[in-house]
Design a protein around this ligand. Sequence first.
Ligand code: PMP
Length: 385
Amino acid sequence: MSEHKLLMIPGPIEFEPEVMQRMSSPSLSHVDPSFIVSFGNALSYMKKVWKCPDGQPFIIAGTGTLAMEMAVANLVECGDHVLVISTGYFGERYANILKRLGAEVDVLNAKIGAVVSEEVIAAQLEKKNYKLMTLTHVDTSTGVKSDAKQFGALGKKYNVLTVLDGVCSVAGEEIQQQKWDIDVVLTASQKAVGVPAGLALLMVSPQAIEVFKNRSSPVVSYYSDWSNWLPIMEAYSHGKPSYFGTPAVHLVLALEKSLELIVKEGLEIRFNRHETLAQAFRKALQVLGFGFIAKDECAANTLSAIVFPENLDGAKFIQSVAASGVIVAGGLLADRKSTYFRVGHMGSVKAIDLVTTLEAIENGLLSCDHSFEKGVGTKRFLELI
Ligand code: PMP
């Protein structure tokens, strides 16, 4: 294997050594008594991390896109009206998933770098009766964070089911699912939850489970159907073996460990760490001449979408950052891909990781002949943390 470079993309992220140790533990049956305990622990840790003591957690082999599809495949029926609130690429993806399921979809698009305002959402909910609405908490293409608390409150006020795509936020940004009345909060393992890719994670409110149980048509996807998975989740949480599809045993072991570490750190401390590092990092980048896709007031703490200074060769810059030992991600929005890059700062991220990243960014700027005072970005970052 080649020399390890620091992975600072918005997922997969750098994982804690104790989590990686779980991935290399000896092989284990999915009905082994010790695995049943680990699965049950992971399910109950999820309720703590999601702040949803009465929710129904699901741990399913798959990616975040499966989690998105599973949530709506179980709650939406053909012809249902659904509202998608979109702040970028992943909002668009949600609309496509819903259309494929036969839903009648309306999309409220934010201006690039901004959120859709409460007034605009409320006006749309006044106009039409929707069964469900979706929101991307942090859109990984723009680094825009929407207001999840307000989303839950609007859902409650207008009696609309709420599905929050928390793939780039759960365990990195504050979410109080139960208190904020959000019906489904979903994520994937490779982001701030801190586990290698391969798990789709969902937490579903008792009200949404009731809606699912009262469907008039079967769920169109066999693998996604909660009728198949509910008995499995219930069995594992009661310490009993069960089978529908073979669980991703090692990923579940890793998830148990990572959620344990997250709970041990304390959610508030963890969210503050993300916020302090994100803000200091962006201030440092500003000093170096970068801009941002997201406006300050709605910028996420889990990643930054960073606009290149004028006339900088973005592709060459990203390559030379990598040559300095740090991997960052390119732009994702089709119409401005080459104008920005993205850095993930979530999960186990520490100040030293961002210092290393800033040094690599400064080296990248130097190799692109961008003039600035060397060390000024790192200095600003260290002043602020
Ligand atoms: N939603 C958001 C906000 C994401 O960032 C991603 C992944 N980058 C997804 C959904 C899809 O997740 P996955 O790639 O694991 O399918």
